[in-house]
Design a protein around this ligand. Structure first.
Ligand code: ADP
Ligand code: MG
Ligand code: MG
Ligand code: MG
Length: 414
């Protein structure tokens, strides 16, 4: 039934098209007439279907040959499903249980059949509603540290890492999106940009700062040339699904070999945007407590990342980098080397955090934290804080989590 050539699925055609996928039928039931199909994709790029049958439910994610948010005027290769599938398998091995189980992958159809996460919902939505997730910072700090460390030359066999770098180096077009949208478009009047009208004076000031552009482009150079580990590549709060006590990570189609601190920095930026947007979403009596919780999550993510990296350094340093032969085997401590490397990772993370704080407000893909604020004057005031913090961070990196959090509080009080 499945054609050899790619064809986008629809709610109507999915059952007949996927009837032969044994791993799907085994989960939902053998009779496709008994399946009900819903399209739930709310992302910017792909189709996502939920297939429900008498014995269960699965998610079918299929890439489209263009950017969903924009339409067929912006083609995007189907191969991103291949990168997403391979990234999911590596993440599942490096941090078991943190990504959906994969049941089936069809490269020609650019589709992945995976575990339906339930009752998980997208973290960004929870943060806008003011809900808390127990263990959030811990789970994501562990995920960032485990995937970063184990995907790098600190842990991997050098030949395997080079082969994997070659495999993911084909993810050119998704990297191009990041390279343009995250690092570059914010700082000039790019065609697909848009921003809240009341922000114009702030935007003009930002784009008049040559040092800021240089700092952002330096981070772009780190992104394109710092092939240190397999990054998730798109780790914002819309790529995290949670219940009140459980956290999972989805959607790694932007996966690529890049800096160890990239995912951590992007994630922290998204916590901070949730933080800055809260005055528009919470009543006065809830606001302070909830904003404090968001900063606690930021702190917990960062301290967990650090602690887990230290643990892995001691127990899983099996790659070519910083080998124990140079320190421990000679009765010496590698703590100084480790801490210097952790400083480098944090410094990068802060740079990536800074550009992300800009691009979600100034370029093509905005986030619901700010976008759902209908009063544009109120929205601009809160967005200006995010822009301001991004600029401060890019020009002078906070040296640790305490400094970052103090800066967030001071910026929120402006
Ligand atoms: P895109 O790449 O287009 O952003 P995502 O992978 O982020 O697509 O998925 C889009 C939406 O589909 C998510 O925001 C989420 O609501 C839903 N979704 C995706 N994967 C799952 C899953 N495994 N279980 C439940 N819902 C999912
Ligand atoms: Mg997504
Ligand atoms: Mg868990
Ligand atoms: Mg995606």
């Amino acid at each position: 039934q499945t054609p050899h050539c790619y064809e986008a699925l629809t709610v109507e055609t999915l059952p007949t098209r996927l009837i032969g996928v044994a791993d799907l039928a085994a989960r939902v039931g053998n009779d496709p007439a008994s399946w009900s199909v819903q399209e739930v994709g709310d992302g910017n790029l792909n189709l996502v279907f939920i297939v429900t049958g008498p014995s269960g439910r699965v998610v079918v994610k299929q890439a489209l040959p263009y950017v969903r948010l924009v339409g067929d005027s912006w083609p995007l290769p189907l191969k991103r499903a291949f990168f997403e599938y391979h990234a999911l398998t590596r993440q599942a091995a490096r941090d078991p249980g943190m990504v959906p189980d994969i049941y089936h992958f069809d490269e020609a159809q650019a589709l992945i059949v995976m575990e339906y996460l339930s009752p998980h919902i997208i973290l960004r939505g929870k943060l806008i509603k003011g809900e808390r997730v127990e263990g959030l910072g811990k789970a994501l700090g562990l995920f960032c540290a485990r995937t970063a460390f184990q995907g790098s030359d600190l842990a991997m066999n050098a030949g395997e890492k080079k082969a994997d770098t070659a495999l993911f180096s084909g993810n050119v077009e998704l990297c191009d999106i990041t390279e343009q949208l995250v690092f570059t478009d914010s700082y000039y009047d790019a065609e697909r940009n848009h921003h809240t009208p009341e922000l114009q004076p702030v935007v003009d000031e930002l784009r008049a700062d040559p040092a800021l552009k240089a700092a952002a482009q330096y981070m772009l150079m780190r992104f394109t040339s710092g092939g240190e580990t397999l990054m998730h590549g798109d780790l914002h709060t819309g790529s995290v699904m949670c219940t009140d006590t459980d956290t999972k990570v989805i959607d790694p189609e932007f996966a690529f070999y890049g800096p160890l601190g990239f995912d951590l920095g992007m994630l922290i930026a998204n916590y901070l945007m949730a933080y800055f947007s809260q005055p528009a979403h919470r009543s006065a009596d809830e606001l302070e407590g909830y904003q404090d919780w968001l900063l606690d999550v930021t702190r917990e993510t960062s301290t967990t990342f650090h602690a887990e990296f230290v643990r892995l350094w001691a127990s899983e340093r099996t790659g070519i980098l910083y080998p124990p032969a140079l320190w421990e085997d000679q009765g010496q401590s590698s703590d100084g080397a480790r801490d210097a490397l952790l400083n480098h990772i944090w410094n990068d993370a802060m740079g990536f955090c800074g550009v992300e704080l800009h691009r979600r407000i100034l370029t093509l893909a905005h986030n619901a934290d700010f976008e759902t604020i209908e009063d544009t004057a109120a929205r601009a005031k809160l967005e200006a804080r995010s822009l301001d913090m991004g600029r401060t961070i890019l020009l002078a990196r906070p040296s640790n989590t305490d400094d970052l959090i103090a800066l967030a509080r001071a910026t929120n009080a402006k």
